[in-house]
Design a protein around this ligand. Structure first.
Ligand code: UT7
Length: 330
């Protein structure tokens, strides 16, 4: 089989207008701006207030912007992959709703669930369709309305997350830029360190599950922090070594935005100075599948054709991974 190379040819995003600052959270729970900023790096996050809008809406807006930036009509899309842990419904897939909202009438569509690593897993999956020649244009979307599963009485989790979406268009590359390597890992989390316990087939919704607040995200922060710091740094180094990349060869680290301390630890282990690290956690918090494409969107005007980027993430599952790509937009 003639193996092709996939590259990102456009980026889009969506962020809700409402900014929830740390000071707003101080009014809701026993927390404070100083604690949140120093422990996480977050100052504010966006929240989708409109009750009629959710993950599909944000994903569709991000996808439409990516298509517009690429000058591609939605009817040309072959495949839509949407990474999320906050689907509009358990089924049908949110990707199907997006496919309809954007008018991608010739595309098939499915969701991918890998929590904070969802966007990386989805880019890897999408790239395989391009590389095999089975698809020419693939939309990969990371979208999460985290506020829909946050317990605002739990200060240990609700301060961390925000809502948002990012999207990229993958197309065939013919100039040597694009996705070069990808490494992914999984370790089933038997200790339930990062879970939403109810709402699935194991614990369907009942009066009790609602009363026990089991439809919200719960996290053993310290345990996840340790795993995430090790996992994201290890896999980033692994992909650098595998591709003989020295720190000076890497133009940008594009890390999942869960905690500034995790990002700093990863950059240190890679030998990268802070100027080479994309950080927007201060503005958006952790948007789960949205963080990495939102970084790409925010930095798109600073990226140079041919830049070496390492994308890295760690999340629930546990799932983690890294992608090495050469930026291919001129
Ligand atoms: O993206 C998916 C993967 N998720 C992650 O990677 C998140 C990983 N975990 C983390 O980022 C951090 O563990 C947290 C930010 C969640 C917590 O930071 P920490 O430095 O690990 O704090 P801690 O859990 O060890 O708590 C330290 C203290 C505790 O008080 P005591 O027991 O020392 O008296 C907490 O009760 O801070 C307290 N605390 C808070 N205080 C003010 C916990 N949350 C808050 C809060 N405001 N929001």
């Amino acid at each position: 089989m003639d193996v092709k190379q996939a590259k990102i040819t456009a980026v889009g995003h969506y962020l809700p207008e409402f900014r929830m600052t740390n000071f707003e959270l101080e009014k809701l729970m026993d927390t404070n701006d100083e604690w949140i900023r120093t422990r996480t790096g977050i100052s504010e996050r966006r929240i989708l207030k409109d009750p009629d809008k959710a993950t599909a809406f944000m994903g569709a807006e991000a996808a439409k912007e990516a298509l517009e930036n690429a000058g591609v009509d939605a009817s040309e899309i072959d495949l839509v992959i949407l990474a999320t842990v906050t689907p509009d419904f358990l089924f049908p897939a949110t990707a199907c709703l997006v496919q309809n909202m954007i008018g991608a009438t010739n595309a098939f569509a499915f969701d991918l669930s890998a929590a904070c690593s969802g966007f990386l897993y989805a880019v890897s999956t999408g790239s395989m369709y391009i590389e095999s020649g089975r698809a020419k244009k693939v939309l990969v979307i990371g979208s999460d309305k985290m506020s829909s599963i946050l317990d605002y009485t739990d200060r240990t989790t609700s301060i961390l997350f925000g809502d948002g979406a990012g999207a990229v268009l993958l197309e065939e590359s013919n100039d040597g830029t694009g996705l070069i390597d990808q490494i992914h890992h999984t370790e089933g989390d038997t200790n339930c360190s990062l879970y939403q316990h109810a709402g699935g087939s194991r614990n369907p919704a009942t009066k009790e599950t609602v009363e026990n607040r089991q439809h919200y995200i719960t996290q053993d922060g310290r345990a996840v922090f340790k795993k995430a710091t090790m996992g994201m740094a290890d896999v980033s180094l692994e992909i650098m070594k595998k591709n003989n990349l020295e720190p000076e060869d890497v133009a940008w680290l594009v890390p999942h935005q869960a905690n500034l301390r995790i990002i700093d630890a990863t950059a240190n282990r890679m030998g990268l100075s802070s100027e080479k690290v994309m950080i927007n956690i201060n503005k958006y918090g952790n948007t789960t599948a949205g963080t990495i494409p939102l970084c790409l969107y925010d930095w798109k005007d600073k990226l140079n054709y041919g830049d070496n980027l390492i994308l890295a993430a760690f999340g629930g599952g546990f799932t983690w991974g890294a992608i090495y790509l050469k930026w291919g937009i001129k």
